[in-house]
Each structure stands twice: as structure tokens, then as C-alpha cells.
Design a protein around this ligand. Structure first.
Ligand code: PLP
Length: 424
């Protein structure tokens, strides 16, 4: 097993990587004249080289065509969001009518809850995970209060039952059964941002529906990471952002899924003119007739400059397909885990579940010895051009992104931690 640790082995894995050509499609940040080992795609994915051309195309069209840009050329702004629909549907395993790129994640979460969280006195509650990303909790708590209910009793936060702060499926099942008759909505992450745990979405949706609750997913850390089958998961809705594993730039336009069975829903929604049926939108009538499908939840004409980089990113995912991305992810994260177990067990403890089907690419690593020591290691890594990210109180997240990270990057991370440990 020691050969895992050799440079030759890492190089051989890189040479055999079917995705190896994609790395050159990204701009890799530099450190001391060499590529950084960038493991923070879970926070902000790297810039695809193609992004600039798509942004410049929009700027040029605006410069030369101005208002006519809405109607000229293949990338006309009137239907610009259509350009990403099919690749996005392929990426998340949905039908084209089920997906739309719009707004930002938290906005989409609110819009989806307006339609799919309809609390009643008998059934007022939302079930979520304790320790969720704060924005999700703020969104849910404020929705509960908005409807006149009390988050203290009606926002149910399930505590993790496993030692590392992860959830067993049995605990989720018990909670859904226990609160079932009071649950209006189960809202769960695809991948938990802190621990990197991935969940069986289909099973969670099945359990929620069996209790008469709606089910939605936050896929901020799941999209471009897991090989999703959203349509088959049977979720009612899902939301995600495009700046993490989707590499579409800071604050990029986000994504939203609404299951086909709600395509012609007359549920309440917050409406805007861009959700109005495109055939009659420009008659500027007073009545709102939603476009069937996820498109019907759009509010405004989309920020075209914010959408442009997504086209470049989806091109790259389309070149190889999400199955291949996930296949490499399993291998490269497995390699990282093996090296940590072999070489760094005295320094780092893997918080993320060991079963590959219960995680994405990210490993959350608790630094033995507490916060001070953890910060020292984190800062040492950064000073050596190895970038992870920090989660209080003592966790470093390392996310090998299959599109641009190499096995040599992973080995470099392990060697750099060893250098730090040996110097201490
Ligand atoms: C990244 C992330 C967000 C960020 O929300 P924005 O609306 O894009 O600012 C929210 N929730 C989760 C779970 C995230 O991972």
C-alpha cells in the first residue's frame, strides 16, 4: 500500500485520468509561480476559460445592438435562459421543463416555499437538519413566522445521531415518522455543507410523501458533485447555486427544479412578468398566466451577464457527462482518504462518512489538538499554496473537484500537512 504515496503513483493516476484534459480549460490561481492546489471548489469553483468569451459576447451585443440584443442572434437575451436548460436538466437528472436558471439560491428557496410550504394549524411544521447553512435556517424560520407560526415549535431541527455529526437514515426516518402528521415540508440538503455527508434523496422524498408532507432539497453542495436523478427522486422542488461546483462565478445566477407534476400547478406563487407565458408576455396584459414548468416561477428578465459564465461551465460538464465526473470523484476522494488514513491519522480525523455513497467529493477533516492547532495548519497550508477552507471550531474542508483537481494535488496536500507536522 505504501506505493500510494509515491510521486510516480500520483502521476500514473493523473496520466490515466479520463478527465485530465479538462484541467487546461480552467484558470488555476498561481502561488510562487506555480499552480495552487485549489481544494475550495465547494465554495467558489475556478473560472472556466470559456467564461470570458461568453461574457464578452454579451457586452459586445449590448454595445453594438443595444435593445435589439433581446432579439438578435442565437444568444438573444429574450430566450437566453433557454440556452442552459437542456445541459442543466442533463446535469441534475431532470426533464427540461423541470429546471430553470434564475435568481440566487436563497431567493429561490423562498419562492419555492411560497408555493410548497403551505402550513395549516394541523400541519404547520418544517423538518430540517440542525446545523444547517445559516441562510437556509433564516429562510425557513422567517417563512414559518411569516405564516403566523412559531419557529420554536414548528421549525423542527433534527440533531445528528452519529458521532461525527452525521445522520443515520434511521434517525431521519424516525423523525419523519414522529412528526409526520404535523409536517408540511421536509427540506433537506443533498450534501451537508459542514460534514460533506450525502443523502439518499429518493428515500427522504418517499418518507416525506408517505406522511403527506412536501419534500424539497437544497443542492448547493450536491449539484455538479453527485450524479443526481432529481426527476426520479420525486422531490417536489430543489434549489442550488452555480458558483460552487458549477464554476460560474461569484453570485452566479442560481438553479431551481420543480417536479413535472407541478408544471401546471395553481398553487399560490409570487409572480413576475418573466414567469408569464412567453406567447402572450409582450401583450402586457393584466392577467398572470404562468409558463408551464419551472419557468413559471421566474420573476424578472434574467441578469444576462450573470448567466453567461454558466454556459461555459455546462459545456464542460456536457463534454464528459456527470457519470464520468462522479466516477473520478469517487476515485480521487478515495485516494485522499486512503493517504490520510495511512500517513496522517495522528493529525487529521475524517468527519465525512467513509461509505462513498454517503459523501460527495469533499472530506471534512478535524484537526487533532483543537482550534489553535487547526488554524496553524490551515494557515501553513495556505502559505504553501494549498487551499482548503476553514469551518469553526477545528475543521478544514478539502474538496477535490474532478474537473480540475489532480491526484498530484492530493499528494501535495498530504505532503504539506506532513511537512507542518514534522516541523512542529
Ligand atoms: C452556499 C450556500 C448558500 C448560499 O446562499 P446564496 O443565496 O447563494 O448566497 C445557502 N445555503 C447553502 C446550503 C449553501 O451551501
Amino acid at each position: 500500500m505504501t506505493h500510494l504515496y509515491s510521486d510516480d503513483h500520483a502521476r500514473a493516476l493523473d496520466a490515466a485520468d479520463p478527465l485530465r484534459a479538462l484541467r487546461s480549460q480552467f484558470l488555476i490561481p498561481q502561488h510562487d509561480g506555480a499552480d495552487q492546489a485549489y481544494f475550495v471548489g465547494n465554495s467558489l469553483g475556478l473560472q472556466p476559460r470559456g467564461a470570458r468569451a461568453h461574457v464578452e459576447e454579451v457586452l459586445d451585443k449590448w454595445a453594438f445592438d443595444a435593445v435589439e440584443g433581446h432579439f438578435t442572434g442565437q444568444a438573444q437575451w429574450l430566450s437566453y435562459h433557454e440556452l442552459v436548460r437542456e445541459p442543466l436538466a442533463r446535469l441534475v437528472g431532470a426533464k427540461p421543463v423541470e429546471v430553470v436558471a434564475m435568481n440566487t439560491l436563497t431567493v429561490n428557496l423562498h419562492l419555492m416555499m411560497v408555493s410548497f410550504y403551505r402550513p395549516t394549524a394541523q400541519r404547520p411544521a418544517i423538518l430540517m437538519e440542525a446545523g444547517a447553512f445559516p441562510s437556509d435556517r433564516h429562510a425557513m424560520a422567517s417563512q414559518v413566522a411569516f405564516h403566523g407560526f412559531d419557529p420554536a415549535t414548528d421549525l423542527i431541527e433534527l440533531e445528528p445521531d452519529e458521532p461525527n455529526g452525521t445522520f443515520s437514515m434511521a434517525a431521519i426516518e424516525r423523525a419523519i415518522a414522529e412528526h409526520g402528521p404535523r409536517l408540511a415540508l421536509v427540506l433537506w440538503p443533498g450534501v451537508q455543507y459542514r460534514t460533506g455527508q450525502a443523502f439518499d434523496l429518493k428515500e427522504i422524498a418517499r418518507l416525506a410523501h408517505a406522511q403527506g408532507a412536501m419534500c424539497g432539497f437544497d443542492l448547493a453542495h450536491g449539484v455538479g458533485n453527485l450524479d443526481l436523478a432529481l426527476h426520479d427522486s420525486d422531490a417536489d422542488f430543489a434549489v442550488w447555486c452555480h458558483y460552487k461546483y458549477l464554476n460560474s462565478g461569484p453570485g452566479a445566477v442560481a438553479g431551481c427544479f420543480v417536479h413535472e407534476r407541478h408544471a401546471r400547478s395553481d398553487r399560490p406563487r409570487f409572480a413576475g412578468w418573466w414567469g408569464h407565458n412567453v406567447d402572450t408576455r409582450f401583450r402586457m396584459g393584466a392577467e398572470f398566466v404562468p409558463t408551464p414548468g419551472a419557468d413559471g416561477w421566474q420573476l424578472s428578465n434574467p441578469p444576462i451577464l450573470g448567466l453567461a459564465p454558466l454556459r461555459a461551465s455546462l459545456d464542460l460538464f456536457d463534454q464528459v457527462g456527470m457519470h464520468a465526473v462522479r466516477a473520478k470523484s469517487l476515485q480521487i476522494t478515495g485516494y485522499l482518504e486512503s493517504l490520510i488514513q495511512q500517513r496522517l491519522a495522528d493529525t487529521l480525523q475524517v468527519v465525512t462518512p467513509a461509505e462513498p455513497e454517503r459523501r460527495g467529493c469533499q472530506l471534512s477533516l478535524r484537526v487533532n489538538g483543537g482550534r489553535e492547532r487547526g488554524r496553524a495548519l490551515f494557515e501553513y497550508l495556505a502559505s504553501r499554496g494549498v487551499l482548503g477552507d476553514w469551518r469553526e471550531p477545528d475543521v478544514i474542508r478539502i474538496s477535490p473537484a474532478p474537473l480540475y483537481n489532480t491526484y498530484s494535488d492530493v499528494l501535495r496536500f498530504v505532503r504539506t500537512v506532513e511537512d507542518w507536522r514534522n516541523a512542529a
